[in-house]
Design a protein around this ligand. Structure first.
Ligand code: AMP
Length: 513
């Protein structure tokens, strides 16, 4: 936006936001202030992903019990504002209690997340806390209407609860989880670390050490909750000044206690050191990673992704085949493709299943259990698919299914917004490029081989440039490189060269067990 705004009121905030229209995106980072490098990492991620960044600083009375530290919670507004300026934040929102709760806290309309999520872990010793958190976060999301909101994995229970509330209440916002930021000695950063004396701080290191021990055991093949918890508790028992509140292994989304890690587990601990309650956690993940490959048309993505998926034992998530399947369904049901609502309603009935194990064969595709592998390659579908795929509602539906297919990991997908939009949490993101000249040359050669000789190289180059610009400016999920993507330029490289480069990058992140 250019100008830095510090606002205290909802109307001031919404005035500042009133000129932000799609395709420009808004990223939101809710905080309670006393900002440290943990908050900074969230802000930096939002800055990389979004056009406009809003940070709120509000010590929310609704989430503190009467005996808790509301009054003495650290506050450092001047330094926080300076940090936000330095990080390129556009708007900092620092409402008063009265601004957010003009009718007071008694009798307030609140958000009550499901009990299964709020009564375990920290909820056991902090009843009502997550109702307070969910209420204020949902209020802020309604006020700001961001495209994405950023939360730290540090508060894993909060993250799971916010995700669930957003889903249950149909908020149109993506919740992005950011990794825990630690001091060099391992202590997870927290505003509450300021309460610790030097001695207490040394004791507090036991939390991250205990998690390290459990992580090591997990890496060595131990997946049993009882043993992993034992690793944690026996380490913590050596510190008489530390009082353990809980050490539990749960599923990171449902927070249901696990007996063992089948796919992914959250090992979470809370402990008192003196008068300070500290939390920490780690994810124990057995799932294969997700490989996301994005890039402009003609960079060679689809061939390379298929080959890399095959080499790595990943399922190739053929998004193109999914759009073809949706198009086939609409044609089959004689839907008027110019009637956007009818198309979206029809596509909402499609349940697509893919199998792309053979890299040399087209993906096998089932729609509502019917094998339509051959049918989706018809000329009619080929001619119509881009019209159907261009509809934002169709894209939303397909992205939902793609995310479900990737939920257990082990997939490779290519497109234009896989790493930024479909799988923002993918472990390996590649941005495959080639100069526009190289891409136009490849396309031209392809057309020559197919006997289509009318179109000139210069026309193709012009089309390529125009398509890149349109993609970057489109309203729904505009095309851009993810901040954490590795750029691979394919000029003068063979398919085999590019594939082995990608396989190497994936293996560096996910070494073979
Ligand atoms: P708070 O100000 O404590 O409410 O935290 C605001 C946001 O920053 C929450 O989403 C926290 O999870 C996140 N956060 C706090 N500490 C860390 C950390 N050490 N690493 C990553 N995120 C953090």
């Amino acid at each position: 936006m250019g100008t830095f705004h510090h606002v205290n009121t909802i109307v001031g905030l919404q005035t500042a936001l009133s000129h932000v229209t799609p395709p420009r995106t808004i990223g939101f980072v809710p905080t309670m202030g006393a900002l440290h490098r943990g908050h900074q990492s969230l802000i930096e991620r939002a800055r990389q992903d979004c056009d406009v960044v809003v940070v709120s600083i509000f010590v929310n009375p609704l989430q503190f019990a009467p005996h808790e530290d509301l009054e003495r919670y650290p506050r450092s507004l001047t330094a926080d504002l300076q940090l936000c300026r330095d990080l390129g934040v556009d708007i900092v929102f620092t409402p008063s209690g009265h601004e957010l709760y003009p009718h007071g806290l008694d009798g307030l309309t609140t958000v009550d997340p499901p009990r299964e999520l709020t009564t375990g872990l920290c909820g056991r010793s902090r009843p009502g806390h997550f109702r307070g958190v969910a209420t204020v976060v949902l209020k802020l999301l309604h006020i700001i209407q961001p495209d994405r909101a950023y939360f730290g994995q540090k508060d894993a229970q909060q993250l799971a609860i916010i995700r669930r509330c957003v889903a249950d209440l149909n908020l149109d916002v993506e919740i992005i989880a950011c990794p825990i930021v630690r001091d060099s000695d391992g202590l997870a950063l927290s505003s509450r670390n300021q309460y610790l004396s030097e001695r207490e701080r040394a004791t507090a290191l036991a939390l991250s050490q205990a998690l390290q021990l459990a992580t090591q055991a997990f890496r060595n093949g131990c997946v049993t909750a009882a043993i992993l918890r034992q690793q944690v508790t026996s380490h913590l028992q050596q510190f008489p000044d530390l009082r353990l509140d809980y050490a539990e292994l749960v599923h990171p989304d449902t927070l249901v206690p696990l007996e063992q890690v089948d796919t992914v587990g959250l090992l979470a601990i809370a402990a008192w050191v003196g008068n300070t309650r500290l939390i920490d956690n780690c994810l124990l993940d057995r799932r294969l990673g997700i490989l996301a490959i994005d890039g402009p048309a003609g960079a060679g993505k689809s061939t390379v992704t298929r080959q890399a998926a095959h080499a790595l034992g990943l399922q190739y998530l053929d998004t193109g085949a999914m759009y073809r399947a949706a198009t086939w369904w609409c044609l089959q049901h004689h839907i008027d493709l110019t009637d956007e609502v009818a198309v979206v309603e029809a596509v909402a009935q499609c349940r697509i299943r893919l199998d792309s194990r053979d890299p040399n064969q087209p993906s096998q595709v089932w729609l509502n259990d019917q094998d339509i592998t051959a049918a989706i390659r018809s000329l009619e579908v080929t001619q119509r698919v881009s019209q159907v795929a261009a509809l934002p509602g169709v894209r939303r539906l397909m992205v939902q299914q793609q995310r479900q297919m990737g939920a257990q990991g082990g997939v490779a997908a290519e497109g234009r917004d896989i790493g930024t939009h479909v799988f923002p949490e993918a472990g390996v993101k590649i941005f495959l490029t080639a100069s526009s000249q190289e891409r136009a040359k490849r396309r031209w050669q392809e057309l020559q081989e197919q006997g289509q000789r009318e179109i000139t190289y210069e026309d193709l180059l012009q089309q390529m440039i125009e398509r890149d610009t349109a993609d970057q400016q489109r309203a729904y999920a505009p095309f851009r490189k993810a901040a954490d993507a590795i750029e691979v330029c394919t000029d003068n490289l063979s398919i085999a060269d590019v594939t082995s480069k990608i396989v190497h990058l994936y293996r560096r992140r996910y070494p073979q067990p």
